[in-house]
Design a protein around this ligand. Structure first.
Ligand code: ADP
Ligand code: MG
Length: 360
């Protein structure tokens, strides 16, 4: 078991990279603490699989180092890294039985037969594969095959970390919930570092203690689900997490006063003078109240969507579109309404990055 440190890690698939656009990963510094349950979250193409493959040794980074505790493993092959990895699609030996498949990673390392048997029985029990243990893998469904792949990743109790790369993609939706909580439960029992890659925020937020958000080859924020929700370090995080995500509105900021579409918005703190191409105000729909026309920012209501647990109003403030929660029983006078924003929930961003208030 180990703490995993990424030290100025960068990777390009091009033989002669020139600009930042040639890099799939752009200088990542990050520490995964021993025993953490991590989700690595980001949209397709942002570099999640590349990062995972660099940690496991399938890909050698263009620059930078990977340390397991204080041990530099950068040039070492996968076999010498003591890492288990589960891929998006099943990796099983069709000619073997389920039991032989599950036993394979242990047998390969010369583990005693009775230990293997006990361990395989335990993992099969957890994944509900016990009844299939003696069947040939080739005869099983895609779900069952992926469960075998998961089992092979989980079967070794002595690994430094287990890496899951969107492991539930092929799994039937009703089984997904169950398997996710099985993995979470296993993490609690095993105390092994787990990194779970997903592009699905619900999956990330339910599995992880710490969510690491990637965007465009970089780690933009790592934090608890609450931290990501309450204080997005980057407009991308605010947008990507939450449903709907944080509103991002172009503005001017002067001390503790912002101006949005010509309207004044009071901030909870004063901000330093901002020298940025883009200054924006971020506020989640949950912290905006929609009310009949009156005091507050004058908006035009375009539509109201009922999403089951809440109603969300899509409104326009001048040329800016934004979302706000619409409390039940608000009678609107035509499509005109007003918004009030909770100042303590407003964040200021300069070129996408969160700005600390003056003196903070
Ligand atoms: P994710 O897993 O987040 O979807 P990837 O790590 O697979 O992202 O990809 C990151 C970027 O690197 C993408 O632009 C992708 O096209 C590129 N890429 C991934 N694998 C290869 C490869 N083997 N050769 C060249 N480019 C690659
Ligand atoms: Mg991927």
């Amino acid at each position: 078991m180990a703490r995993i440190t990424l030290d100025k890690l960068a990777h390009s698939y091009k033989p002669n990279p020139s600009g930042p656009g040639d890099y799939a990963l752009k200088e990542i510094d990050h520490v995964w603490r021993q025993g953490g349950a991590y989700a690595l979250l980001g949209p397709s193409g942002c570099g999640k699989t590349t990062l995972l493959n660099i940690i496991s040794g399938l890909v050698t980074p263009t620059r930078g180092r990977i340390l397991f505790d204080d041990d530099d493993v950068t040039g070492r092959p996968t076999e010498a890294r003591n890492i288990a990895q589960v891929f998006q699609f099943p990796v099983v030996y069709d000619t073997m039985t389920v039991r032989e498949n599950l036993a394979f990673p242990l047998k390969n390392r010369g583990v005693a037969r009775d230990v293997i048997r006990r361990r395989v029985d335990e993992i099969a029990g957890l994944l509900d594969l016990t009844r299939s243990l003696d069947r040939k893998a080739s005869n099983l469904t895609a779900d069952a095959k992926q469960k075998i792949s998961l089992g092979r990743g989980l079967v070794r109790p002595d690994v430094a970390a287990i890496l899951f790369d969107e492991p539930l993609t092929v799994i039937d939706p009703h089984l997904k919930w169950q398997l996710r909580s099985t993995l979470k439960e296993l993490h609690r029992r095993l105390d092994i570092t787990m990194i779970y890659v997903t592009h699905d925020q619900t999956e990330a937020l339910t599995f992880a203690d710490t969510v690491v958000v990637m965007h465009d080859g970089a780690v933009v924020q790592a934090g608890t689900p609450d931290q990501l929700f309450d204080r997005p370090a980057h407009t991308f995080v605010g947008h990507f997490i939450g449903s709907p995500g944080m509103n991002v509105l172009p503005c001017r900021v002067d001390g503790a006063l912002a101006t949005v579409e010509g309207h004044p918005v009071t901030l909870a703190h004063a901000y330093p003078a901002l020298d940025a191409a883009r200054v924006e105000l971020g506020i989640r729909p949950e912290f905006i109240r929609l009310a009949p026309r009156g005091a507050g920012l004058p908006v035009r209501v375009r539509r109201i969507d009922d999403i089951g647990r809440a109603r969300i109003a899509r409104v326009e403030l001048g040329a800016c579109a934004l979302s706000a929660m619409a409390p039940d029983g608000v009678a609107l006078d035509g499509d005109e309404a007003s918004l009030s924003l909770d100042p303590s929930r407003i964040h200021v961003y300069a070129d996408g990055r969160l700005v600390a208030p003056a003196g903070a």
